[in-house]
Design a binder for this molecule. Structure first.
Ligand SMILES: NC(=O)c1ccc[n+]([C@@H]2O[C@H](COP(=O)([O-])OP(=O)(O)OC[C@H]3O[C@@H](n4cnc5c(N)ncnc54)[C@H](O)[C@@H]3O)[C@@H](O)[C@H]2O)c1
Length: 353
């Protein structure tokens, strides 16, 4: 006789993840996710990869990001709607799943809005550790919205950045960042223009949201030895860097087929040479080769980073006793008898008729 099938899924709510990060501390959470990302990038060949599936509309995009190795499947649902903040909603919202490849059982369902900001900042640092000058201390941060504090703190705690030069077209966003990070130990300088923020910076992070081909950085702003962490150009028709900034630099990407469609790279011909970051992390390709070289990380956000972040959240939640079990999948005495769930009600209806 078969036993009743009982599938339980671990659920991490937005509150659970907030508690997790608070209990662990933000630097430890960023560091932990960066470690998981690096471990997974070092076994790049184990993953079945594809560019994400995007559904575009006038105001934004909704994307599904699947990835799998032989044991675990993951996907993230994420949107990007730059005008959302005008109606009181975040630009980026997300959730995701880890599932068992052998059976298809969904093992974890988790919020990924806060987690996306953490994993994007952690990924930026994993790239910058390989690409920025090791003596980098000053960063420009263009775009001071939801992602920005996480970028600032990741670069401060994990990479040693001491001063951040800020610019946003919305002054209130910059003031919000300065309030949030006033006790962070960072020196924060609000600037009147992009050029003022970028001048003399070792690293430039662009993390703006606008559904347009913006030119946040032009070649005239780029100085020898800079590392550019381009985060906000992540969709067809939504970019931040002038094409000549890429032409004058060594360009590094997450997953080339996806970045060719979505990254700032979309402005360049298909044969423009780029290097996938896993190759640098694994020692198969050179990252920065001189102190004067300009490097660009053309970040778009790849499914493997969410796979890593979901793994980190699952492991840490278990260790801290956070989250709850939920029944996403019905409990069945006979797995072939799904109808048993509705049979009593249907029979009652038939009797009443
Ligand atoms: N690469 C990745 O992995 C990844 C992950 C998450 C988000 N993103 C992208 O990062 C960007 C920022 O996301 P967010 O959640 O912080 O959005 P947000 O809307 O909260 O903040 C964006 C900020 O950019 C500012 N901005 C817009 N145009 C500007 C300009 N020309 N110059 C200076 N500032 C400008 C806005 O005023 C706003 O404060 C989005 O484009 C998002 O799609 C990328």
């Amino acid at each position: 006789m078969k036993s009743t099938s009982r599938v339980q899924t671990q659920f991490l709510s937005a509150q659970d993840v907030t508690t997790l990060v608070t209990r662990l501390g933000l630097p430890a959470a960023l560091n932990g996710i960066a470690d998981y990302i690096k471990q997974d990038f070092l076994r790049w060949q184990d993953f079945d990869k594809c560019a994400r599936v995007a559904s575009h509309s006038a105001g934004g995009v909704i994307e599904l990001m699947p990835i799998s190795d032989a044991k675990t499947y993951a996907f993230k649902y994420v949107n990007g709607h730059p005008k959302n903040t005008h109606v009181g909603l975040p630009t980026v919202m997300a959730f995701g799943v880890l599932a068992d490849v052998a059976t298809g059982v969904p093992e974890l369902l988790s919020e990924l809005t806060l987690t996306t900001a953490l994993r994007t900042a952690a990924m930026s640092v994993v790239a910058a550790r390989a690409l920025a000058r090791p003596d980098s201390r000053r960063m420009a941060l263009i775009g001071n919205g939801a992602q920005s504090e996480f970028q600032a703190l990741a670069f401060h705690h994990l990479l040693g950045i001491q001063e951040i030069r800020l610019y946003d077209t919305d002054r209130a966003a910059t003031s919000k960042l300065m309030r949030n990070l006033q006790h962070s130990g960072l020196r924060l300088v609000a600037c009147a223009s992009i050029a003022e923020a970028v001048r003399g910076s070792d690293i430039v992070t662009t993390v703006t949201a606008d559904k347009t081909n913006a030119t946040i950085l032009t070649p005239a702003l780029i100085e020898p030895g800079m590392h550019i962490n381009g985060v906000g150009g992540d969709c067809p028709g939504k970019t931040e860097l002038h094409a000549d900034v890429l032409r004058g630099a060594s360009v590094f990407v997450e997953y080339e087929p996806q970045t060719r469609i979505e990254g700032d790279l979309q402005h360049l011909p298909a044969d423009f040479a780029v290097t996938e970051l896993w190759q640098v992390l694994g020692g198969h390709a050179t990252g920065r080769s001189s102190a004067s070289q300009v490097t660009v990380f053309d970040s778009v956000g790849f499914a493997l980073e969410d796979y890593s972040a979901l793994r980190f959240m699952r492991d840490t939640a278990l260790a801290l006793g956070l989250g709850q079990s939920v029944s996403l999948i019905p409990e069945l005495p006979n797995p072939k008898d799904l109808f048993s769930l509705v049979r009593p009600g249907i029979q009652e209806l038939a009797l009443a008729a």
